[in-house]
Design a binder for this molecule. Sequence first.
Ligand SMILES: Nc1ncnc2c1ncn2[C@@H]1O[C@H](COP(=O)(O)OP(=O)(O)O)[C@@H](O)[C@H]1O
Ligand SMILES: [Mg+2]
Length: 294
Amino acid sequence: MAAPTAPLLEVANVSKYFGGVIALKDISMTVHAGEVMCLLGDNGAGKSTLIKIFSGVHPPSEGRFLVEGREVRFASPRDALAAGIATVYQDLAMIPLMSISRNFFLGNEPTTGVGPLRRFDHRRADRVTRDELAKMGIRVRDTDQAVGTLSGGERQSVAIARAVHFGAKVLILDEPTAALGVKEAGVVLRYIAQARARGLGVVFITHNVHHAYPIGDRFTLLNRGRSYGTFAKTDVSREEVVAMMAGGEELEELGHELEEFARSDRVAGGAMAETGRELAAEARAIGASASEPR
Ligand SMILES: Nc1ncnc2c1ncn2[C@@H]1O[C@H](COP(=O)(O)OP(=O)(O)O)[C@@H](O)[C@H]1O
Ligand SMILES: [Mg+2]
């Protein structure tokens, strides 16, 4: 029996290998109802791989994955969706030439009539789409409008409203603001806040701290497949998150470079290797210092 307080999602000591590539190593994190959990990290950090485990695309190679306190093993994205986990990918699964309401109901078409007379129920689709968008504070001129005529931010918003309407408990957004301008990113962030207000657990992936910090309740930092830890906003300032992302990464990089130099230059090698090791250790300490087990 799951405890009533069980997180919506939980991974415990999860690793994922693609042949020899370690995409994720020993990751533990939780997502609760009514919170925005931000997954931060540079390109190649493992963010997409982690959410693909959540959304049933990949099974973990190691570790446990629990949904509302019960261990699960999804065979496909369909299983994740059935468990209330909706994922909005950056390249949205929408058809640009089809209308907003058609896209809203893609794969869940309401029909009218019976037998050979069954057809797409336009009127109902238009009404529901309009109502659901309005609930999220999204106003469209005409739900018959082709999705391709919407801006990137509006399209993300329609995808979010659709996930909420079809009963998602967890909404996963992979870099929804990456391709957007400042104003449009702000619009998408507002819909994320609305999804949270409606009790969903949101996993928000970004490499932009300035998008993550205002909206996030907790932050998990990934770096080359490993976690620097999870931090509550109440415990960490924006500057500290920036420092962990940028500073940690750069110091570590610099440390590796110096160690590399040292290997190729035996004369100056001793001192440089020492500096390299110190910098690498400092980078690790930045990750460890603010980290707390959860
Ligand atoms: N299907 C795959 N096959 C092999 N390697 C993969 C696959 N998916 C991801 N990777 C590797 O795993 C690492 C993490 O990738 P990814 O999760 O996409 O990072 P992020 O989303 O943080 O940029 C990268 O080194 C990437 O090349
Ligand atoms: Mg990615």
